[in-house]
Design a protein around this ligand. Structure first.
Ligand code: ZN
Length: 97
């Protein structure tokens, strides 16, 4: 004998709240994880992640990662305030080798 359980509005609200809490937990833990990029990945989706400040290794300025000029070398991503700093860095790296 199966008794159909009607979805009362209260149940729906509880389910929505649970989904919301789960969502917040997932997003909260995502934010705390460091953004490590191994391979070149183009941002396909506009993620509502707040900018992280990255230090420009050339002029030591802090630049938001989204606006920064990115350069990947040796599996590490470097952030620069401008293309000029990036070029300077690449030239310096070339000299070291
Ligand atoms: Zn710079």
């Amino acid at each position: 004998m199966q008794r159909e359980v009607p979805l009362s509005p209260l149940r729906i609200i509880i389910i929505i709240i649970l989904i919301y809490i789960a969502y917040r937990l997932i997003w909260g833990s995502r934010k705390s994880t460091p953004s490590v990029k191994g391979a070149k990945r183009k941002p396909q989706k506009e993620m509502p992640v707040s900018d992280t400040l990255q230090e420009d290794p050339v002029c030591k300025k802090l630049v938001p990662s989204r606006q920064a000029v990115q350069y990947e070398a040796d599996g590490h991503t470097y952030y620069f305030c401008s293309q000029e700093c990036c070029n300077t860095f690449r030239t310096r790296q070339g000299e070291q080798k």
